[in-house]
Design a protein around this ligand. Structure first.
Ligand code: ATP
Length: 200
């Protein structure tokens, strides 16, 4: 595909739900969260660099990356967080573009929770923001994951503000509406993206 739509939104806004609606229309998805896991699978250069930096202790008993351990290394340490981001971001970028190249649909949806935060909007032709108010993000995420609202609020506060995200959006889906209403907007956007892809 040579036309990329960057789909983003805050935690619990409905990115996965809406990406799946595009998928039902035959559009291939490239998911940043999945790729972020792939670049540190066993046997990758990503994982071997992490082992050189933190030692074999960063692995679990089966030889896979222990994500909880890694998270605790970078949690309160800005320098370590930088180190890890500098390692992973170029690997993720490269894999995402490779996945786009392999996709056979007329355009692709790149699902990237931190699209603007990590500057990945520079990779896409147009951006689509899934929007709900913060109190709904808290309610839906807490319900889905069985976590408390304080945890969700912390994550919301680490992400770009709703206002800034909306100001950067080329298109916005209001996901407070019932999913059948949302589907109509998805259909309209799909037609427009097909048009744009055919002339890109
Ligand atoms: P995360 O950032 O945590 O990965 P996400 O943005 O992918 O989340 P989803 O998992 O798609 O969000 O949606 C969050 C929750 O809200 C899910 O339980 C989903 O079923 C529900 N949901 C999504 N869209 C709607 C809607 N329009 N109305 C009501 N509930 C919805």
């Amino acid at each position: 595909a040579n036309f990329i739509v960057g789909l983003t939104g805050g935690i619990g806004s409905g990115k996965t739900t809406i990406a799946n609606q595009f998928s039902e229309l035959g559009i291939e998805l490239v998911d940043a969260d999945i790729i972020a896991r792939e670049v540190v699978e066993q046997g990758t250069t990503g994982l071997s660099q992490i082992i050189s930096h933190y030692g074999m202790d960063i692995l679990d008993s089966s030889g896979k990356l222990d994500r909880t351990k890694l998270r605790s290394k970078v949690f309160d340490d800005e320098q370590e967080r930088q180190w890890l981001n500098n390692l992973l971001h170029p690997l993720i970028r490269k894999q995402m573009l490779a996945a786009v190249k392999n996709a056979n649909s007329p355009y692709v949806i790149m699902v990237v929770p931190l699209l603007f935060e990590n500057g990945l909007d520079s990779l896409v032709n147009t951006t689509l923001v899934v929007d709900i108010p913060p109190h709904e993000q808290v309610a839906r995420t807490a319900k889905r994951d069985g976590v408390n609202s304080t945890q969700v609020e912390k994550i919301i506060n680490r992400q770009i503000s709703r206002k800034l995200r909306l100001s950067k959006a080329d298109a916005v889906i209001d996901n407070t509406l019932p999913l059948e209403e949302v589907r109509k907007t998805v259909q309209l956007l799909h037609s427009s993206y097909l048009d744009q892809a055919s002339t890109a």
